[in-house]
Write a protein that binds this ligand. Structure first.
Ligand SMILES: [Zn+2]
Length: 178
């Protein structure tokens, strides 16, 4: 069973976001851009609500901030050895007709630089420690999927060995989805 926060916890998270929006709008536009309103029609308790246009601007900014946090968590996941397929499964991304779960996760999280998608993280192998340019699970060869590993990197050597085993015997596919 997949763990999911309770409705109450989601509701509290929503309240925290609304509070953050009101705080940011007050900071940028002053307190006249925020009003106290009932938490729902007819309710006795009230909460601060930002005016619509400053609120929208702030939420766009928060959206970018949340995405950068997602990338930070994904970077740590890749650094600690989680393959893209596992990241995609955790994000509940389905296998599609034209992409795997891992590819969907990569597309969701990668940066787009001059039309090419890549994702950077630092290899945690003690013989490596290099900044890796990750081109996702769709690459044909580990050297194309992850560029930048040092020659003595054990993690990359494992990926290369798994790729060689998969090439030699399709029944022994191992380590796919990196
Ligand atoms: Zn490495």
């Amino acid at each position: 069973m997949i763990p999911t926060p309770t409705d109450r916890a989601w509701s509290e998270a929503r309240h925290h976001i609304q509070t953050a929006v009101a705080h940011l709008v007050t900071d940028a536009y002053g307190s006249q851009a925020v009003t106290w309103q009932p938490v729902f029609p007819g309710a006795a308790s009230r909460q601060q609500v930002a005016d619509p246009l400053p609120g929208l601007w702030t939420i766009k900014y928060l959206d970018a901030l949340i995405k950068s946090e997602a990338r930070r968590y994904a970077r740590r996941a890749r650094e600690t050895g989680h393959p893209w397929a596992r990241i995609g499964a955790m994000l509940r991304l389905p296998d599609g007709a034209d992409h795997t779960t891992g590819q969907a996760a990569f597309v969701y999280l990668a940066d787009n630089v001059f039309g090419e998608q890549s994702f950077t993280w630092c290899c945690s192998d003690r013989h490596c420690g290099q900044l890796i340019h990750d081109y996702g699970p769709g690459a044909d060869h580990p050297d194309e999927a992850e560029r930048g590993h040092a020659s003595g990197c054990a993690r990359h050597a494992e990926d290369l060995a798994a790729w060689a085993r998969a090439e030699n015997g399709p029944d022994q596919i191992d380590g796919q989805g990196r």
